[in-house]
Design a protein around this ligand. Structure first.
Ligand SMILES: [Zn+2]
Ligand SMILES: [Zn+2]
Length: 334
């Protein structure tokens, strides 16, 4: 095998596609950036030109003061870049607008996943496996101990607790982009149609999801609601607001958090979480390994997360893999 892939270079600041002089998810401002999704560790402001799905561009506009040019690209649409490089965006199933990027050059195919998951998510289209020579994957939960339960079980746990203590409220800490909207959509799917109350910081992103056709039902602001009306209700806030002054005005909240890290008891304790909900927007160990077998690349490159165990798994399965040292990629609360 003589495949070389010298035209694509992982750098500490992102992945540089040399013939086209574009960067994938760069962590500093560049001339031309292709962005997989809107989370802060992948999307930064300040690029002269940003190429991403329309959803991701809208998210970036809302969250970061982006000033340069923006070029929207649809899933499945191929862009011809300089230097004979083609780029095609495919769904990653991570959050609204999230994409994997297929790069083709000189007969070689490289897929950069960004973050992804394989579980169904009513707020975004499912991950699509794309055949390639090099598969550049995340590994946020790349340890065999991370096995996410079905989301239906976690949502049922939340609803049971709410019903058991109707004088209180359940306060769910959830990442403001993706997790919050997914939890709301899954609650609706489970038949919970009562108003869900939001911390002010979640409102705009929820409205953006609705503008892109993801219905979230009756959402209201905590700030507009008298304390007693919040009893027996679900309230969603950013993880940082779980234990701050803001939450003290709520009626005896049961503190919950929706995160893949809730698998680790110590993390739940550190945050003072009474009701840990193991809900993640990242692939768990089984999803990572099953996806690599399904895509069946000649080589896997691992961008961020816990790469040691996944490297070892490749060795045991006689597969080629390498870990890339990229800085600044981490979804702490995801
Ligand atoms: Zn992400
Ligand atoms: Zn990430």
């Amino acid at each position: 095998m003589t495949a070389d892939f010298s035209w694509i270079r992982p750098d500490s600041h992102g992945i540089h596609v040399l013939p086209a002089d574009v960067w994938i998810d760069p962590s500093r401002a560049v001339g031309s950036a292709l962005v997989t999704h809107g989370h802060a560790d992948h999307a930064r402001g300040g690029h002269e030109q940003t190429v991403a799905t329309a959803e991701t561009l809208a998210i970036m506009k809302l969250r970061y003061a982006t000033s340069g040019g923006a070029l929207p690209v649809a899933y499945g649409e191929t862009l011809r870049l300089a230097g004979g490089v083609d780029a095609t965006f495919f769904p990653a199933g991570h959050v609204l607008g999230s994409a994997q990027i297929l790069l083709e050059h000189a007969g070689e195919r490289v897929v950069i996943t960004g973050d992804y998951k394989r579980r169904p998510d009513p707020t975004c289209p499912p991950f699509q496996p794309v055949p390639c020579d090099v598969f550049i994957t995340e590994a946020t939960f790349g340890l065999p101990l991370f096995r996410h339960p079905p989301i239906g079980e976690e949502v049922a746990k939340l609803l049971a607790r709410l019903a058991a203590e109707p004088e209180r409220c359940v306060l769910v800490g959830a990442y403001a982009l993706g997790k919050a909207q997914r939890v709301v959509a899954e609650l609706r799917r489970a038949g919970h149609h009562a108003p869900i109350y939001l911390h002010g910081a979640m409102e705009k992103m929820c409205r953006l999801y609705e503008d892109f056709g993801v219905p979230l039902g009756d959402l209201r602001l905590v700030a507009d609601t008298p304390k007693d009306a919040l009893r027996g209700s679900i309230i969603i806030c950013p993880p940082s607001a779980l234990n701050d002054r803001w939450s003290r005005r709520l009626p005896d909240p049961i503190t919950a958090m929706a995160s893949g890290w809730m698998r680790v008891r110590q993390r739940a304790r550190q945050r003072g979480v009474e009701l840990p909900l193991v809900i993640s927007d990242h692939a768990d160990w089984d999803e990572l390994t099953a996806t690599i077998l399904e895509v069946n690349p000649a080589e896997t490159w691992i961008t961020h997360g816990r790469e040691e165990a996944l490297l070892r798994w490749h060795q045991l399965n006689q597969r080629r893999a390498r870990a890339l040292a990229l800085v600044g990629y981490e979804d702490e609360d995801d």
